[in-house]
Design a protein around this ligand. Structure first.
Ligand code: BGC
Length: 249
């Protein structure tokens, strides 16, 4: 099927038409900066603008940067606090007049990488971590996603992990790749101790710079950059929408 996939991030909202059979984007990616403040009203307007841009009618998949439970946002770490308990699927479906199916952004990227990217054909435990404004996680076992893990919010070094080694923290503290890579490695080792994955996949904006810090990552598991780079979220969201069609919002 051809489905519009949307990936909502802390700094930009991106969308493309996706062929869900082969995981290829079949249109140019279109990006609109995330509105500030990123309130439900402002974001809903932006989603409507994107859908209009593509002149799209049909089901839509959307990756959202929060814990999502049955279409409702349950946390708001890097978005406006008023998102908590908002039924995101309903809000976006109403404003666009289309069925919008919403899942966590990192879960979306995990699904895409598992089906079409670096995790293709992997059995065992795969842990994808997205490094951006926050840290997102997608845990997969034998080809199945275990959703809503939120490992960026696990307690680590006296705070939560994303406050220790997200890309936002790296930039804010003017860290070199070496300094950040060593920090991220400590977090990766902790994740390895907890989940013993066979494979780590590193996604988000930092996946494009993988060679600048990969030498500092020393774990037993294999570590690969996301193959779909930062289109993974869009592709995974579109595939998720396909899996939900017919199940209602
Ligand atoms: C949010 C996650 C999200 C991650 C990446 C975190 O702050 O809690 O839900 O997946 O950022 O966007």
């Amino acid at each position: 099927m051809e489905i519009l996939g949307i990936d909502i991030g802390g700094s930009g909202i991106k969308a493309a038409l996706v062929n869900t059979e082969n995981g290829q984007a079949i249109s140019e990616k279109h990006r609109i900066p995330t509105p500030r403040p990123a309130t439900p009203e402002a974001m809903a307007e932006t989603i409507a603008e994107l859908v209009n841009y593509f002149d799209y009618h049909g089901p839509i998949g959307c990756g959202f940067p929060a814990l999502i439970n049955k279409g409702t946002a349950k946390t708001a770490a890097n978005i406006h606090k008023s998102w908590v308990d908002i039924h995101v699927e309903q809000l976006f479906s109403e404003i666009t007049g289309q069925d919008v199916f919403v899942l966590n952004d990192a879960d979306a990227a995990g699904l895409a990488e598992l089906t079409f990217g670096a995790g293709q054909g992997e059995s065992g435990v795969v842990l994808l971590l997205t490094i951006g404004t926050g840290i997102g996680s997608a845990l997969m076992h034998n080809g199945q996603l275990i959703p809503s893990t939120e490992f960026g919010h696990i307690e680590f070094k006296g705070d939560i992990a994303e406050n220790y080694c997200s890309d936002f923290v790296k930039k804010k503290q003017y860290m070199t790749w070496e300094k950040w890579g060593k920090r991220f490695n400590r977090y990766l080792n902790y994740m390895e101790k907890l989940f013993s994955p066979d494979l780590f996949i590193i996604g988000g904006g930092s996946s494009k710079k993988f060679e600048l810090y990969s030498d500092f990552l020393k774990v037993n598991a294999r570590v690969l950059p996301a193959e779909l780079l930062n289109t993974a979220g869009i592709i995974g969201a579109a595939c998720y929408a396909e899996s939900r069609i017919g199940q209602g919002l």
